[in-house]
Ligand binder design. Structure first.
Ligand code: ZN
Length: 172
């Protein structure tokens, strides 16, 4: 596997939408992903980051021509540490390349809704594990957080049924 140079990415992202101070951290985060992933994302998607307030983007904008989608990143992300930036960028890139058209509807189960999230988290960990310890990447996964939440809910359910049983036993 080869990794691209951040200078080249910075050059290739020239027409994307982001404030000047984000240029380096964004290019740096992308340079941690496999080269073919970066090539595919730059060719087919556009990064859209706005500093604050609002911004208007027309579908007629020449820079959107032939693109499959827009990857929006929050400006505040770039105030975080480089691993957090890298993870979020990798996660969104994974959604883009997986063509996850996220169209949540009321008929979807929670499992169906979280499926693309788990997939994107897994890919992000896989790509970035070449640069960071897996142990430090995993806590960033929404999937991991969901599992923690599930555990808490399970414990809570057990505790409540135990209390209920104790109450019933008292009555006897
Ligand atoms: Zn996601």
């Amino acid at each position: 596997m080869t990794w691209p140079k951040w200078e080249q990415i910075d050059y290739d992202l020239d027409k994307d939408f982001y404030p000047e101070e984000v240029r380096y951290p964004l290019a740096k985060a992308l340079s941690l992903l496999p080269e073919e992933v970066v090539e595919a994302v730059i060719e087919n998607y556009i990064f859209f980051i706005i500093e604050m307030g609002g911004s208007y983007l027309s579908f007629k904008d020449k820079r959107l021509e032939g693109k499959k989608g827009i990857i929006h990143l929050d400006y505040s992300l770039f105030k975080k540490n480089s691993m957090e930036i890298a993870f979020t960028v990798a996660h969104e890139v994974a959604h883009a390349l997986g063509d996850d058209a996220i169209e949540i509807n009321l008929n979807m189960t929670l499992e169906e809704q979280t499926k693309p999230e788990i997939k994107a988290d897994k890919l992000a960990v896989e790509w970035l594990s070449k640069h960071y310890e897996k142990e430090s990447l995993i806590p960033m996964c929404g999937y991991w957080k969901n599992r923690t939440l599930k555990k808490i809910m399970e414990e809570d359910r057990k505790r409540r049924s135990k209390n209920l049983k104790a109450k019933r036993d008292k009555k006897r």
